[in-house]
Design a protein around this ligand. Sequence first.
Ligand code: SF4
Ligand code: SF4
Length: 295
Amino acid sequence: MSDENHTTDPREQLKDKILADYPRLGSEDKFTFACHPDVPCFNRCCNDVNIFLSPYDVLRMKKCLGMASSDFLNTYALLPVQKDMKTPVVVLRMNDDESKVCPFLTDEGCGIYSDRPWPCRMYPLGLAAQKDTPDGWRGDRFYFLLQEEVCRGFEEPKEWTVGEWIENQGIDEYDKWGEGFKELTIHRFFEEGGVLTPEKMHMFFTACYDLDKFRGFVFESTLLQRFEVDEDFVEEMRYDDEELLRFAFLWLRFTLFGEKAVKVKEHVIEAYKGKLEKKELFEKEPSKGPEEESR
Ligand code: SF4
Ligand code: SF4
């Protein structure tokens, strides 16, 4: 195998293993499983695990904990950096001691159960895509069972179809936001060999994960003077993290990939006329990260 086929991105390594080794399930396939305080393994699985967090996971968790996004990320997240990483990776930080227990685990189970992240909701299911299909993540997706050795939940008689489990665990809402995020992370820009500059990676991270900081950028910079954004939407973004994340996805599609996901105001286009072609305006690469640009 050539060097090009090796990846140090932990998400890609996990995907490769899943594609090679795991049986594929559809939404009508069945499995038996239950998790409750009476299973002999209760609370034994929430330690030393790699839990990749999506922007919506972070939004829900920081809201549940009443924390600002920067504080949440500083306290509960790891940001591994690998040289071939195309987009930022955020991982839930386990306690930094021998036990490596999740900081949210309590004697009664998950202390943030109503806002636990997607992978914790999905377990014992995982979701993957056949990445060699032309559509990649947009194409053939499949579920698989993650049977951890420690887990005795599979000995419980309760039977589920995959679809029933997804509904019962409230995963649809997470998947809706996951779709928007994937539109960014699997953008054709990357398929065509595009690489984000460190400044753009930082911008990507801030807009998706550090929402309170991004809010400062949106409202304290000239951004809203340069783009046509509906007034009601602007007011909602001021207080509502979900609306802000919705805008973040649109704005990143514009600023990272040159898509017309947000509309530049006429007077800004006029100001550029003669200096830049319109196409260049839309594809112009910002040279600074959000916080630098907001100064
Ligand atoms: S967030 Fe909750 S369910 Fe997920 S690992 Fe931590 S304690 Fe367990
Ligand atoms: S190991 Fe399985 S059954 Fe046991 S607590 Fe964890 S998820 Fe539940």
